[in-house]
Write a protein that binds this ligand. Structure first.
Ligand code: SDX
Length: 453
C-alpha cells in the first residue's frame, strides 16, 4: 500500500559490503524498512528487545500517533466514536472495516445476542476453582476450554468458522466474566437476558440476584459502553501480539484469545488498572504524594507510577482524557463525587505532570489511570478491573486475529535471538564434575536478574 521505489542502504564497515533494503509505506505513520532479506542476503539478524522500533505486521484496523495523541479505529477518531457510537457498532467497524447500516447493525446485534449463553456443563468447570480464584485466572481457563465445546468453529482456514468463533467470543465474554465474578462471591450465576444492551446485560449478570428484580442503571450502562469502546483495540500491544503469534501457529481462536487474556493480566499492561487503585490506596493521602513520586523516580526502587507512561503515547493518551472527563460525570451521578481516591488521582496527576522526571520522559496518564475509579464507582471490585479490559479487548483481538489469518502470505511467527550461552562443549561424566556456581546468564536461586550486555 503506497510503497514507493525507496530503499535504505546498510553498509558493513568491516567488509565494505552493502545491502539495499526496500522501504514500506502505510496510509499513516512512519515508513518501515523491510529487513526480511537481511539474514538471507547479508548474514545479520536485527536486535530490538521489546520491539520498540519493529513492526510485526501490516494492519488496517487501528492507528496510533503517539506524539500527537491520536487513536483511529478504521480511520475514525476515538473521540468521535466515544461521543457518537456504541460498543457493538464499534465491534462491527473493527471486524468488518466500515460503519454498519442500520440493517447490518441490527443483524450483527441479533447474532451476538444469540450467542451469549455458555454450555451448561461449564458451570461445573467453575466449581473446580477455589472461590477466591482471581477472576482473570478463571477467565483464562474457561475461555481456553471453549475449544472443547465448539468443534464446529475451529477450522481456522474456513472463513465461516472464523466468523462464528469471532461472534461466539464477543458474545460470551460478558457471560463468562459475570460467572467468574459470581463464583468468586458464592452467588448463583445469572443467565444473559437478550432484551438488554451488551453493557446492560453484563451489569445484570454481575449484580442481579434471584431474590430481587434488577433494573439496569442507564448512567452505569452508558459509562460501561463507552469504556468498552475505548478499550476495544490498540494496534500491536503485548496481548494482541500474543494473540497474533499464537494464531500464526494455527491454534484455534479460543486458545488464541485465552493467550491474549493471560498476556493482558500483567501489571505493565492491562493489569495496570487494578494496580492503579492499589497504588492510590497505598499512597492514601495527598500529603504522601511527594514521597511516592520520589520512589517512582528512584531507579533502585521497583515502585512505578501505575497508569503513567506508555510505549507509544509520548503525549496524553486520548482515552485517558475521555475517561477522566467521564469520571467526573459518573462520580457525580452514581459514585461519590468527593471520592478521596479520585481527588488523590487528580492531585497525583497534577504534580507528576509538573515534575521534570515525567516531563523529560514524556510520561502521561494512560487509559488505566482513571478507568479503575469509574469501575469502583459502578461497584465493580478491583480484581474484576482487568476482566473489564479483556471483555472489550476481545473485539480487537478477534479482529486482529481474523486479519492475520486472512493474509495470503501468513506464516508462523518465529523471532531469532542473540545467543549468550556457552559455546559447544562435550558432556562430562558426573564423577568428573565439580559443584559449579549456577551458570552466568541464568537467574540464580534467589532470582537475581541475568547478566546483560
Ligand atoms: C496498557 O501497548 C499498549 O497499547 C498498551 C495499552 C493497550 O491499550 O493495549 O495501551 C494498555 O498497557 C497501558 C500501560 C499500562 N501500564 C502501566 O500503567 C504501568 C506503568 N507504566 C510503565 O510500566 C511503562 O510506562 C510502560 C510499561 C507502560 C511502558 O514502558 P516502556 O515503553 O518500556 O518504557 P520504559 O520502561 O523504557 O520507560 C522509559 C523511562 C524509564 O526511565 P529511564 O530508564 O529512561 O530513566 O521512563 C520511566 C522508566 O523508568 N518510566 C517510569 C514509568 N514508566 C516509564 N517511571 C516511573 N513510573 C512509570 N510509570
Amino acid at each position: 500500500m503506497g510503497d514507493k521505489k525507496h530503499t535504505l542502504t546498510l553498509t558493513d564497515n568491516a567488509t565494505g559490503k552493502a545491502i539495499e533494503l526496500p522501504v514500506r509505506y502505510g496510509t499513516e505513520g512512519p515508513p518501515a524498512v523491510d529487513i526480511g532479506p537481511l539474514y538471507r542476503d547479508f548474514g545479520y539478524f536485527t536486535y530490538d528487545p521489546g520491539f520498540v522500533s519493529t513492526g510485526s505486521c501490516r494492519s488496517a484496523i487501528t492507528f496510533i500517533d503517539g506524539d500527537q495523541g491520536v487513536l483511529l479505529y478504521r480511520g475514525y477518531p476515538i473521540e468521535q466514536l466515544a461521543e457518537k457510537s456504541t460498543f457493538l457498532e464499534v465491534a462491527y467497524l473493527l471486524l468488518y472495516g466500515e460503519l454498519p447500516s442500520q440493517d447490518q447493525l441490527d443483524g450483527f446485534t441479533n447474532v451476538i445476542v444469540r450467542h451469549t449463553m455458555i454450555n451448561e456443563s461449564l458451570k461445573s468447570f467453575y466449581q473446580g476453582f477455589y472461590h477466591d480464584a482471581h477472576p482473570m485466572a478463571t477467565m483464562v481457563g474457561v475461555v481456553g476450554s471453549l475449544s472443547a465445546f465448539y468443534h464446529d468453529s475451529t477450522d481456522i482456514r474456513n472463513p465461516q468458522h472464523r466468523e462464528i468463533a469471532a461472534h461466539r467470543l464477543i458474545a460470551k465474554m460478558p457471560t463468562i466474566a459475570g460467572a467468574s465474578y459470581k463464583h468468586s462471591i458464592g452467588e448463583p450465576f445469572v443467565y444473559p437476558k437478550n432484551s438488554l444492551s451488551y453493557a446492560g446485560n453484563f451489569l445484570r449478570m454481575m449484580f442481579a440476584v434471584p431474590s430481587e428484580e434488577y433494573v439496569v442503571d442507564p448512567v452505569a450502562e452508558k459509562a460501561l459502553d463507552l469504556i468498552f469502546i475505548l478499550h476495544a483495540d490498540h494496534e500491536q500491544n503485548a496481548s494482541t501480539s500474543t494473540v497474533r503469534l499464537a494464531g500464526s501457529s494455527g491454534a484455534n481462536p479460543f486458545a488464541c484469545i485465552a493467550s491474549g487474556i493471560a498476556a493482558l493480566w500483567g501489571p505493565a499492561h492491562g493489569g495496570a488498572n487494578e494496580a492503579v487503585l492499589r497504588m492510590l490506596a497505598q499512597i492514601g493521602d495527598v500529603k504522601h504524594i511527594p514521597q511516592y513520586l520520589a520512589k517512582a523516580k528512584d531507579k533502585n526502587d521497583p515502585f512505578r507510577l501505575m497508569g503513567f507512561g506508555h510505549r507509544v503515547y509520548k503525549n496524553y493518551d486520548p482515552r485517558a482524557r475521555i475517561i477522566r472527563k467521564m469520571c467526573h460525570e459518573v462520580l457525580e451521578k452514581v459514585g461519590d463525587q468527593h471520592d478521596p481516591l479520585f481527588e488523590l488521582a487528580l492531585r497525583l496527576e497534577e504534580l507528576a505532570l509538573k515534575d521534570d522526571y515525567f516531563i523529560e520522559r514524556k510520561l502521561y496518564p494512560n487509559v488505566d489511570f482513571y478507568s479503575g475509579l469509574i469501575y469502583k464507582a459502578l461497584g465493580i471490585p478491583t480484581n474484576m478491573f482487568t476482566v473489564m479490559f479483556a471483555i472489550a479487548r476481545t473485539v480487537g483481538w478477534v479482529a486482529q486475529w481474523m486479519e492475520m489469518i486472512g493474509e495470503p502470505d501468513q506464516k508462523i511467527g518465529r523471532p531469532r535471538q542473540i545467543y549468550d550461552g556457552p559455546a559447544a562443549r562435550d558432556y562430562l561424566p558426573i564423577r568428573r564434575r565439580k559443584s559449579a556456581p549456577h551458570g552466568a546468564g541464568t537467574a540464580d536461586l534467589n532470582g537475581e536478574a541475568r547478566n546483560t550486555d
